[in-house]
Ligand binder design. Sequence first.
Ligand SMILES: Nc1ncnc2c1ncn2[C@@H]1O[C@H](COP(=O)(O)OP(=O)(O)OP(=O)(O)O)[C@@H](O)[C@H]1O
Length: 275
Amino acid sequence: MNNNQDSVAAEPLIQIRGLSFRRGARIIFDRVDLDIPRGRITAVMGPSGTGKTTLLKLISGVLRPQAGSIKVAGQEVTTLSRSDLYALRKQIGMLFQSGALLTDLNVFDNVAYPVREHTDLSPALLRSLVLMKLQAVGLRGARDLMASELSGGMARRVALARAIALDPMLILYDEPFTGQDPISMGILTRLIAALNRALGLTSLVVSHDIHETCRIADYAYVIAQGKVIGHGKPEDLLASTEPMVHQFLSGEPDGPVHFHYPAVEYRDDLLADAS
Ligand SMILES: Nc1ncnc2c1ncn2[C@@H]1O[C@H](COP(=O)(O)OP(=O)(O)OP(=O)(O)O)[C@@H](O)[C@H]1O
């Protein structure tokens, strides 16, 4: 590798600087900086409603911020044209909690779907590719099952096979552990880590599931109230005495981070004229 290639490899795959995003009067992000290194699993954790899903939408260009820069593989997402965004999104696999499978298709066709959409592979190559992806998640034998026949854990693994179908450089995981029993949670956790290693992926996991997320993340950010309140290796964060980080990671309901969504005074609300 020459020096130039070295510096590209050392550059984070995602570099966020001064990100500010509001919804109406509500500030979701206030001048946030984040680096997501290549080849690693990075977690972004934070209380519910903090903006974790919003962050993934900003990174994939679904939402545009009011200010700041979001670079993915050197491309400034905030100003990309529609066609460049489309090309970039082809290189990003997404495993969203709500990203349900197409229930009227079987497992094979669900994984084949993005490949058919974006490539013109011959049926034989398509078959090999889909079987490879299903093998990677341990579900090659389930190829003929209908999506509606799968357990929640299996469905998530099929969605994972679909997310890696086009060999993305990056996978965005939105709450991948939600609703899983401990066994499928363990399978999924190991799978995310193994795929990241084996395929040389970069993974970004957003979750409020501290325990599972800390098990697989190489590095983690904690966000709350529009800011990054802490970042570091999971073991260092877990040992942090910084009050907001500690409150979140130890699951304490009271502390510097408020449990209530901003509201007018309770008393004033109750006494307000109902008409
Ligand atoms: N389409 C929308 N219109 C207006 N406000 C929204 C919209 N989507 C999300 N929000 C608000 O933006 C804030 C951040 O939402 P987001 O879903 O990103 O949080 P989150 O951290 O992913 O939450 P959770 O962990 O509960 O999924 C919340 O206050 C939410 O109410």
